[in-house]
Ligand binder design. Structure first.
Ligand SMILES: [Zn+2]
Length: 166
């Protein structure tokens, strides 16, 4: 049990470090002119994206998040699987809440189109940070009911059957 808890903490620390050192190929460095996204209205100033009212004469671009959505290329994917169905309504609500809070502060951290399949739900995101926040929220809520497997491009969250829970 202790071992299980600490290996989860270690995996979390690794995922956090990966998120901080991650270089987003959709966010080239050195593009520091002010601009506004013609799709979502976020504005860029010195490499930071906000929800300020865009000045009318700002050049219109596509922000990295809208670009990922257009291309269908997520930065990370959460795979929710296992005994999820009875929890899905609650989980879906949690995803919406985390996304609203995250996007308000960080315009580039969004949830893309959620895909509900027979045996799993795929939750693609435009950034690593929102993926990590979602996992953290699920851990706070479900703790021992879930098993988490972190990967570079996807994180799997499996809801365990009651008899398999630690
Ligand atoms: Zn945009």
């Amino acid at each position: 049990m202790r071992h299980h808890a600490s290996s989860r903490a270690l995996a979390f620390a690794r995922a956090r470090k990966a998120a901080h050192t991650w270089v987003d190929p959709y966010r080239p460095a050195g593009k520091l002119y002010p601009a506004a996204c013609g799709q979502c209205g976020a504005t860029e100033w010195q490499g930071r994206w906000r929800w300020d009212e865009p000045l009318p004469d700002l050049p219109r671009v596509l922000c990295p998040a809208c670009e990922r959505i257009r291309d269908g290329v997520p930065a990370h994917v959460l795979e929710l699987t296992g005994a999820l169905p009875p929890r899905w309504n609650e989980v879906r609500g949690m995803i919406g809440n985390v996304e609203r809070a995250e996007v308000a502060e960080h315009p580039l951290e969004r949830v893309m189109r959620v895909e509900v399949r027979d045996d799993r739900v795929l939750v693609p995101t435009t950034g690593l940070h929102i993926a990590r926040r979602l996992v953290a929220a699920l851990v706070r809520r479900f703790r021992r009911e879930i098993r988490i497997t972190f990967g570079d491009h996807a994180t799997t969250v499996e809801w365990l059957e009651p008899r398999r829970r630690a």
